[in-house]
Design a protein around this ligand. Structure first.
Ligand code: KIV
Ligand code: NA
Length: 275
């Protein structure tokens, strides 16, 4: 079934949970799409898990377009959401609309995602007014790592909890079709989910969100630099890859690979005639 921003909103009304996973390339996108996941996020987590940066600050528009376009060629039914990278929307509303447009035209995204609540209300509204669907992202917003002074759970104190609720309302009011809640106490995420009409997609925000999102390398056990509390390894693909790499190394060095069935043939008489 084809997923759109409309089916996203309908899922909330029907009480059906939504799934989102990241992907950054064609092959992975095909697998995620084929598994029936509702949406793919080309996250700026690209910076961490694909490009090896310590944070998402260095990720560029060109990086996002390059990977989003690759993912777009691998999908059939999933809704494709592309992250707006740091400084592609913060400096002005004009920048935000132009750059969101590039992610749609050049990256072939169906929607964009940007970080921030109350302070991004006008920006989100302007992008939505350009017919570009927007997914919000509040709570822990990694592009603000230097302002936060580290990765930590958001919305714990009274003022912070109220700010999160205000952020969610602002994102909804601005016309976003969904909002990601990252690293928020479960009871607060539940309250936000009940309060707004658009689906909440949680990551480290408990089971009462309308949907969940994970970085695929995290859930497959392929990224082991660190493991946040909210990550579950649904498989140990990293370990399987290491075992396969070791088996290849051993077979090549033992002269066992390639075997006859992996090898092209030519008539011996032709080889004998060569001078
Ligand atoms: O960049 C990303 O992968 C994200 C998700 C973790 C929500 O923003
Ligand atoms: Na992101």
């Amino acid at each position: 079934m084809k997923n759109t921003v409309v089916t996203f909103k309908e899922a909330k009304a029907k009480g059906e949970k939504l799934t989102m996973l990241t992907a950054y390339d064609y092959s992975t996108a095909k697998l995620v799409d084929g598994a029936g996941i509702n949406s793919i996020l080309v996250g700026d987590s690209l910076g961490n898990v694909v490009l090896g940066y310590p944070d998402t600050i260095s990720v560029t528009m060109e990086d996002m377009i390059h990977h989003c376009a690759a993912v777009s060629r691998g999908i059939k039914d999933t809704l494709l959401i592309c992250d707006m990278p740091f400084m592609s929307y913060q400096a002005s509303v004009y920048d935000a609309v132009v750059n969101a447009g590039r992610l749609m035209k050049e990256g072939r995204a169906h929607a964009v995602k940007l970080e921030g609540g109350v302070e991004m209300e006008e920006t989100i509204r302007a992008i939505v007014n350009a017919s570009i669907p927007v997914c919000g992202h509040i709570g822990l917003t990694p592009q603000s790592i230097n302002a936060f002074g580290g990765f930590k759970v958001q919305g714990k104190g009274e003022a912070a909890a109220q700010k999160l609720l205000d952020d969610a309302r602002a994102v909804e009011r601005a016309g976003a079709f969904a909002v990601v809640l990252e690293c928020v106490p479960a009871a607060l995420a539940k309250r936000v989910t009940e309060e707004i009409s658009i689906p909440t997609i949680g990551i480290g925000a408990g089971a009462d969100c309308d949907g969940q999102v994970l970085v695929y390398q995290d859930m497959l056990g392929m990224f082991t630099d660190f493991k946040p509390k909210f990550v579950k390894h649904f498989a140990n693909v990293g370990q399987i890859m290491t075992e396969a790499f070791k088996a290849y190394d051993a077979e090549v060095k033992a002269g066992e690979f390639p075997a006859a069935e992996h090898t092209y043939k030519i008539d011996d008489s032709i080889i004998e005639k060569l001078y």
